[in-house]
Design a protein around this ligand. Structure first.
Ligand SMILES: C[S@@+](CC[C@H](N)C(=O)[O-])C[C@H]1O[C@@H](n2cnc3c(N)ncnc32)[C@H](O)[C@@H]1O
Length: 101
């Protein structure tokens, strides 16, 4: 994949650099709209919805964070001393993850 086609990665990268941005989502089912704010990908545990917090309580063993984005779940679990590997199809998302540790 050429980085210039990495739309999610561009949004994550831009947010990591400038603290602003938005996403426009176009789905195969015809949905088209402004879907969110990349800042959510950088949010801390305290800001997550309850179902995500509950999911973190269920984690055991080694963790593979598939589609890790900016790495918020990986970072949270790493701080809790889990052995975590994050993967993402977006080269720029992975670049941001590496910068965030
Ligand atoms: C909605 S974002 C969620 C990111 C992160 N899990 C979070 O909750 O903050 C979905 C992520 O999945 C990644 N992704 C999409 N398809 C993927 C695939 N086939 N393999 C790996 N990552 C993928 C995207 O690049 C994007 O970073």
């Amino acid at each position: 994949m050429k980085p210039k086609r990495d739309a999610v990665g561009q949004a994550i990268w831009a947010y990591s650099k400038r603290g602003e941005g938005f996403e426009i989502l176009e789905r195969d089912d015809g949905y088209f709209g402004v879907s969110g704010w990349p800042g959510a990908y950088f949010s801390d545990y305290d800001e997550w919805p309850d179902y995500q917090k509950r999911a973190m309580d269920l984690v055991k063993g080694r963790v593979l964070d598939i589609g890790c984005g900016a790495g918020r779940h990986s970072l949270h679990l790493q701080k809790r001393e889990f052995d975590v590997v994050g993967i993402d199809i977006s080269p720029l998302a992975i670049k941001v993850c590496k910068l965030r540790g």
